[in-house]
Ligand binder design. Sequence first.
Ligand SMILES: C[S@@+](CC[C@H](N)C(=O)[O-])C[C@H]1O[C@@H](n2cnc3c(N)ncnc32)[C@H](O)[C@@H]1O
Length: 227
Amino acid sequence: MIGWLRRMAATRRPLSQVSSDTGYQMWAPTYGDPPNTFQQLEHEALTTLLPPVHGCTVLDLGCGTGRTTTTLLDRGATLVVGIDRSRPMLRRAVDGGPRPAHWLQADAAAVPLADGVVDLVVCGLMLGHVEDLRRPIDEMARVLRPGGALVVSDFHPAATIRGWRRTVMDPVSGREHEFEQHAHLLSDYADAFARHGIAMEALREPSHEGQAVAFVLRARKPMDRPV
Ligand SMILES: C[S@@+](CC[C@H](N)C(=O)[O-])C[C@H]1O[C@@H](n2cnc3c(N)ncnc32)[C@H](O)[C@@H]1O
């Protein structure tokens, strides 16, 4: 087990599945407190791929408790908008201290921002919870200015295929549950980006015991795409 990942043995009784909303309601009070091994591996790779953010307006989509938002503000972003659909996760972000961020509760498939207003979109560990990648990626492309970058991370699809699952402990019953999860291949991301002329420019695949458990990619919207 690493962090909240568990390898499901063929002999093990399957865990009951919970939706993202139910799972994060259970996890919100303790999420990232302290960061688990998986979150540390992902965050290290994500911060390596972040472009310079000084003076930038950034959307942190699926911001959760604001783990990455803090890094973006520490690196000099002028404005960070954190969007998440989970109220309990956002509550922790809001209560987390006097950060000059803006928090909005919304779904990634309908981002409440105007076209072309952000310099960078960061989307950490969220898209595996979404069945159809295209709608959130369409929204990221829409709100991004021409020439802007996207940094996306998630649980590695190869890990899902190898039997690893994201799990969460219900603090009330003490029972462990498995998150509903969708294994999007890296080629699915490439295809969803290509609809907007967005090209991948860097990729990291952090490993644990020699096997990729996460991926982080950076991609860029072309300058000649109209807003
Ligand atoms: C693993 S947490 C990641 C939080 C943060 N990005 C981080 O790296 O710590 C995934 C977050 O994605 C959010 N999420 C899942 N599906 C979403 C959707 N369709 N729209 C917006 N947020 C979503 C969840 O509520 C949760 O807070």
